[in-house]
Design a protein. Structure first.
Length: 409
């Protein structure tokens, strides 16, 4: 892997503002995602990827041609958007070579310090090259680290035609951060046996399980009157929401769960006396338990109705994504070859679970087995975000070894 070129790619990508905008009603939700996609197509064509294209949805596709026509097609994916939780405008990346492993005081905001206490992996990056923000924006390593890794991986394969391989498909999605990354992916265009999503933290993680996820949208409908004359007339939707929330078991909250525990997470509340809408995230590694968690919400709704006579409660369950493990069992080589790639490089690795979801969750559910791999990200979605160039290089090397293994499959 070309270290200098990989770093240059990453620095170029993070300085393009491609923040996802949840309220836009468009796909992609921000013009910066189109901008970076156009740049990627230009760079892909310059390196010799003749079929590089950005479709009407801003999704970028391209193929690194193989030399084994009968070998399985391997795909690599990452997303170009960044989190709306912290601004991605005017990112000023700071490159620190031969890092000393100590706390980093960010230059743009003296109150912002990346601490080895709160982020122990910072000390483990001693002697390596890290990239930080200046403390006023996020960095965008999630997932422009993945984008840069895949672009450099593709460039490396083109420069090394002696590596035996089938076709390697690369594609970059939009709006992953707001839950729409796979909405418009053309799986017929991808046409791959397996995919690997470079969107994980640190180094050496092979994410093979995610949450299964639903969302409950619960609408409480009451009756509003002037409060001075509300006796026996007013039915306060907000009060019903209070009873509903109080009935949810504390042990099922995110604050009280970890590891393989599922949870119920009320995270958005909007409304007034006449009507109030509550959104609740339902999460568990066992897909079958989602119905059990939904039943808990039904019980809380029944209680709220008993406490507030006349209140109307309507609950809609929206399916979001499913545990990638449910689909990966159908193609065990997807994870096995990732394990073998690390072993061939003499690298330590962990087969891990994700208390969340990835584009890989949806792609696997749709029939394209897609484990998630590390890409050198740390402290994501934050002005304290940083990335490690050495870990990005390691990720690209793992990708090359994966390609070699599928060539022999």
């Amino acid at each position: 892997m070309n270290r200098k070129r990989l770093l240059e790619r990453f620095l170029q990508y993070v300085q393009i503002d491609s923040t996802a905008v949840e309220e836009s009603g468009k796909y992609p939700s921000s013009p910066g995602q189109i901008e970076i996609g156009k740049l990627l197509v230009e760079q892909m064509k310059a390196m010799g990827i003749a079929d590089a294209v950005q479709d009407q949805w801003g999704i970028v596709y391209g193929t690194v041609k193989g030399n084994l026509p009968d070998a399985p097609v391997v795909a690599f994916n990452s997303h170009v958007d960044t989190s709306p939780e912290t601004t991605g405008k005017d990112v000023k990346p700071n490159v620190i070579e031969n890092f000393n492993g100590q706390d980093v005081h960010l230059t743009g905001d003296p109150t912002k310090i990346i601490s080895t206490v709160s982020c122990p992996e910072l000390a483990e990056a001693k002697g390596k090259t890290i990239i930080t923000t200046d403390g006023t924006t996020l960095l965008g390593g999630d997932d422009k680290a993945g984008v840069a890794i895949i672009m450099e991986l593709a460039n490396y394969l083109i420069e090394h035609p002696e590596i035996e391989r089938g076709d390697v498909r690369i594609f970059f999605t939009c709006d992953e951060e707001i839950g729409h990354g796979v909405d418009h992916v053309d799986l017929e265009k991808v046409n791959a046996t397996v995919c690997y999503n470079f969107d994980g933290g640190g180094q050496g993680d092979i994410d093979e399980e995610t949450f299964s996820a639903d969302m409950a949208v619960i609408t409480f409908t009451g009756v509003n009157t002037h409060p001075a004359y509300g006796k026996d007339k007013m039915i306060n939707a907000n009060r019903a929401v209070g009873h509903f929330l109080a009935a949810l078991p504390a042990e099922l909250s995110p604050e009280c769960t970890e590891g393989r525990d599922g949870f119920l997470h009320p995270y958005v509340l909007d409304g007034g006396v006449a009507e109030s809408t509550l959104k609740v995230l339902i999460r568990d590694f066992e897909t079958s338990k989602l119905k059990e968690h939904a039943a808990v919400l039904e019980q809380a709704a029944t209680l709220a109705k008993s406490k507030c006579p006349g209140i109307q409660v309507n609950m809609e369950i929206v399916q979001q994504y499913r545990n990638m493990a449910d689909g990966l069992v159908n193609e065990p080589r997807a994870v096995d070859f990732a394990v073998e790639a690390h072993e061939a490089l003499g690298r330590s690795f962990k087969r891990t679970i994700v208390r969340g979801g990835t584009d890989g969750s949806r792609l696997t559910e749709l029939g394209l087995p897609t484990p998630n791999l590390s890409s050198g990200q740390h402290n994501i979605h934050s002005p304290l975000e940083w990335a490690c160039l050495d870990e990005m290089i390691a990720a690209g090397e793992v990708g090359i070894e994966i390609v070699k293994r599928w060539a022999k499959a």
